[in-house]
Write a protein that binds this ligand. Structure first.
Ligand SMILES: *[C@@H]1O[C@H](CO)[C@@H](O)[C@H](O)[C@H]1NC(C)=O
Ligand SMILES: *[C@@H]1O[C@H](CO)[C@@H](O)[C@H](O)[C@H]1NC(C)=O
Ligand SMILES: *[C@@H]1O[C@H](CO)[C@@H](O)[C@H](O)[C@H]1NC(C)=O
Length: 386
């Protein structure tokens, strides 16, 4: 089955059961997801993503349910990383920890990992304490693509994520919106070939130079899996979808444009189309860490929000992307090591430089495990004080 056939059959599968004729397809296939959950009480994040005015700048932080929180470290003594991801009640509990601690947070993000996709495609992924993710049988040659399960029925193999999303959105009681996410294809390909974190990404980049066609085949398998995965997350209750291209920094403009950007663009287009058929409207964010060289290209992909790492200047970034996209970021996670006075000043300056329209405050990368939880509170309050 070709990828195109696969994708259209998946779409049909979603739509067909209630699909009588084109003219009435929207009414027939529409899902009123929002009506299944408590009403949303704080919509700053969604308003900012859509470019609507906000009373205060919305703020959340990447990896906000994480090791810097003592309650998280305590929880981790009792449960393994992937046990938490795969058990909706545990993932929900961990997702809610920072929401309970910080009344200033304007969003929650479901506790999970980008590597659940390689897992769903049949690869073993272990989370080793102190090391990070390890894939003990990485892809070595293009023949290894035959080892992958594809197509993947994410609604069954990753059902635990959808269940965690539905449960968490219910338990949030409308306090803040719930963000769903996925890794982007190039970033996932990197882990699948490198077998874990890496300094240079040279094994995965070797594929791009030596096996461009097979690399594109793998990237398109990942793209169609990510599309299905994000659509299912929105159906399960995710209110914004973020795509993490965490390894963009290893590619220059040339490789990024050839291998990463087309997948990012495709994901936006196909998710949007599939969700429109279902009458679901969910903004999308792309965060391509280290892709300062691609800002204009990213702004042309149709995502509502572009996440920035801390290396980019807010005023400069706004000039480059134009007025019609929301920016998110980009406080240096290490700036949380500064004194509370300094954190307050630089956070306020950052918000003023971005301006309060079309802006979501965040860090420029996930929060580090040794950040002081009190300093994070100072940061959140400073953003809301502007
Ligand atoms: C589409 O969704 C909106 C809000 O989510 C809802 O008000 C409307 O009734 C839905 N339309 C259909 C055809 O179900
Ligand atoms: C931004 O959107 C407005 C309203 O849709 C449109 O008139 C304008 O041309 C857009 N600007 C750019 C730079 O795309
Ligand atoms: C804010 O903008 C000013 C003027 O362009 C610049 O000097 C300063 O470094 C910026 N600060 C931040 C945190 O972006």
């Amino acid at each position: 089955m070709s990828l195109v056939d696969y994708f259209s059959s998946t779409l049909l599968f979603i739509i067909l059961p209630t699909f009588s004729s084109r003219g009435s397809s929207l009414a027939d296939s529409a899902m009123d997801v929002d009506s299944k959950f408590p009403p949303l009480l704080n919509d700053r994040l969604l308003r900012a993503a859509r470019g609507e005015p906000v009373d205060k700048v919305p703020v959340w932080v990447m990896r906000q349910a994480g090791r810097y929180l003592p309650e998280f470290r305590e929880f981790k003594t009792k449960h393994e990383f992937f046990e938490i991801c795969q058990t909706p009640e545990l993932a929900c509990e961990i997702t809610l920890q920072p929401i309970r601690r910080y009344p200033d947070l304007d969003a929650s993000i479901i506790f999970s990992d980008i590597l659940v996709i390689p897992q769903a495609m049949g690869m073993t992924v272990e989370m080793r304490p102190g090391v990070g993710p390890v894939l003990p049988q990485p892809l070595v040659t293009p023949q290894d693509l035959e080892r992958l399960s594809f197509p993947v029925d994410v609604s069954t193999s990753l059902k635990y994520v959808m269940d965690a999303i539905t449960l968490t959105r219910t338990k949030l009681e409308g306090r803040v919106p719930l963000i769903g996410f996925s890794g982007a294809p190039w970033t996932l390909m990197g882990y699948m070939i490198e077998g874990g974190g890496t300094k240079t990404m040279s094994k995965a980049k070797k594929w791009l130079y030596q096996h461009p066609a097979e690399s594109k085949k793998l990237l398109s398998m990942l793209t169609s899996t990510v599309v299905d995965y994000l659509v299912e997350q929105a159906k399960a209750g995710a209110q914004l979808l973020q795509v993490f291209e965490s390894s963009a920094e290893y590619l220059g403009p040339h490789l990024f444009n050839e291998f990463a950007l087309p997948c990012i663009r495709d994901i936006r287009l196909k998710v949007k189309t599939a969700l429109e058929e279902l009458n679901i409207s969910v903004p999308m964010t792309v965060f391509a860490k280290g892709a300062h060289y691609a800002l204009e290209d990213l702004a042309s992909t149709g995502y509502d929000v572009i996440g920035l790492d801390w290396t980019m200047d807010p005023v400069e970034a706004r000039k480059r992307v134009g007025p019609n996209v929301t920016l998110q970021g980009n406080f240096d996670p290490c700036a949380l090591y500064a004194s509370p006075e300094k954190i307050r000043d630089s956070a306020e300056e950052m918000v003023k430089n971005f301006s309060k329209t079309r802006y979501i405050a965040n860090l420029g990368h996930g929060i580090y495990p040794d950040a002081d939880p009190a300093h994070l509170e100072t940061f959140l309050k400073a953003v809301h004080s502007v």
